[in-house]
Every structure is written in structure tokens, then in C-alpha cells.
Design a protein around this ligand. Structure first.
Ligand code: ADE
Length: 230
């Protein structure tokens, strides 16, 4: 897979993909991740990427021309309709559909992601109308820019690529895999500051452990995320 991030802060990404599973996936050649400076695709002397909103209002809006040029140079496509198969062009914004494990799974099955990190008060709507295949939000809150969202999206997708998780871990049993949160986990010591690890986990009775984990996951989901059970 290839992931191209379009941003006005390419330096933001300098080390963030150099740790843990993402680093390992890159080293293993499962994914190639690049951050590109949107200003590379400006044609004026001052490399201007934003302008005032028509109709008035606060802040600045990212102009369409550099973004269309960036996506064309990275995908060959001038618009969503000519986007090659296996390529998704994603705009990160609070107005997008919310990133879930299902969306991450869907994106992990593609070959090429072009990720546009929005900035300022917004992005010219023609990007959303005609260029992007997906407008995605990482949650119902507003960030000052799409860069942290690009890191979140990249992490959620790359760890799902076949071979990214070592044999010791797997995405099969984790949170959201079955519409439930993950069950609580414990390690040594069996007693810490008077708090005991549930006896069943020390019992060696596999059947009972499976049953306890299921119930504990349901209980945790009821308490923290009742919306998932509806
Ligand atoms: N940019 C600003 N807020 C965002 C959010 N919640 N998700 C994705 N991109 C954003």
C-alpha cells in the first residue's frame, strides 16, 4: 500500500511513523508513507494556499487549485470520476463520516490512499464535491487541522495490513471486532495494592476464561459505550 499525505505542515510527520507497528510495517515494505507540502503545487511567487471565504466570515479557506493539482500529480486523476481503481482520495474534516473500525477495514483493502489534511476554517467545497472519494472525520470534535487526524487514520489502517501485526498479536479479538469493547486484561503480580486479579484468569480453565472474558467485555461495553449495544 502507498499512503500520500497532502499537508501544509509536512514536518509534522517527520518522526511520527517511526515507532512500533507502523515503523515495522514500513521496514517490511508493507506500506510506503510520504507527506507532501501542498505549497509544492502552488504557481504564484508567494506559494499561497488559502484565501478569504466568499460571503464573508472568519478565517481562511484552502484554495482548490493547489489541492486539485496535488491529487492529479499523485493519482493521475483530475476528478473523483477518473480516480483509478484501488485508489481513495480522502479529505479529513469534521464534516466527514466518522472513522470506525469498519471504515478502517475498508480502507486497508485498497492500494493507494491520498489523504488531504484540511486546515484553517475549511477547504473549498469543490474539493469535496468533485475530487475526493471519501470525506472522513475522526470524531465529533474539532481539531485545529487534519494532521493529527491523518496520523490516526494511517495508524488505524496500516496495523490492519496483512503481516503488520506480529504473530503474537491479532486484530481478530480486539475492540470493535465483534461490536464490543475488548475485555479487561491483567498481568503479574496477581495481587497489587490489595487488588486481586480475577481468580478465573489464574485457574487455567480455558472454557471458563473464555466465558468470563465475553461477560467482562459486555459489562465494559454496557458501562462505557452503551450505544454499541443498540
Ligand atoms: N480536522 C479538524 N477536525 C477534524 C476531525 N474531527 N476529523 C478529521 N479532520 C479534522
Amino acid at each position: 500500500m502507498r499512503i500520500d499525505i497532502i499537508t501544509i505542515f509536512p514536518e509534522f510527520f517527520r518522526e511520527v511513523f517511526d515507532f512500533g507497528i507502523i515503523r515495522r510495517a514500513r521496514k517490511a515494505g508493507l506500506v510506503e508513507i510520504s507527506a507532501h507540502d501542498l505549497r509544492n503545487w502552488t504557481s504564484d511567487k508567494h506559494h499561497i494556499v488559502d484565501d478569504r471565504p466568499f460571503g464573508g466570515g472568519d478565517g481562511m479557506v484552502l484554495k482548490p487549485e493547489p489541492i486539485f493539482a496535488a491529487v492529479e500529480s499523485l493519482t493521475g486523476a483530475q476528478s473523483r470520476d477518473s480516480c483509478p481503481g484501488g485508489t481513495r482520495v480522502i479529505l479529513l474534516s469534521p464534516q466527514g463520516r466518522v472513522l470506525t473500525q469498519a471504515v478502517a477495514n475498508e480502507l486497508a483493502a485498497t492500494k493507494h490512499l491520498v489523504v488531504i489534511a484540511g486546515r484553517y476554517e475549511g477547504v473549498d467545497e469543490r474539493v469535496s464535491e468533485a475530487l475526493v472519494t471519501d470525506e472522513i472525520s475522526i470524531g465529533d470534535y474539532v481539531l485545529s487541522g487534519g494532521e493529527p487526524a491523518a496520523v490516526v487514520l494511517t495508524d488505524a489502517v496500516v496495523r490492519l495490513l496483512p503481516g503488520a501485526l506480529g504473530s503474537e498479536t491479532s486484530a481478530i479479538n480486539e475492540s470493535f471486532a465483534e461490536g464490543l469493547l475488548d475485555c479487561p486484561q491483567y498481568t503479574r503480580p496477581p495481587e497489587f495494592r490489595g487488588m486481586r486479579v480475577p481468580e478465573v484468569l489464574l485457574s487455567g480453565n480455558h472454557g471458563e476464561i473464555v466465558k468470563w472474558r465475553r461477560e467482562a467485555a459486555e459489562e465494559k461495553t454496557r458501562r462505557n459505550r452503551p450505544d454499541l449495544l443498540k
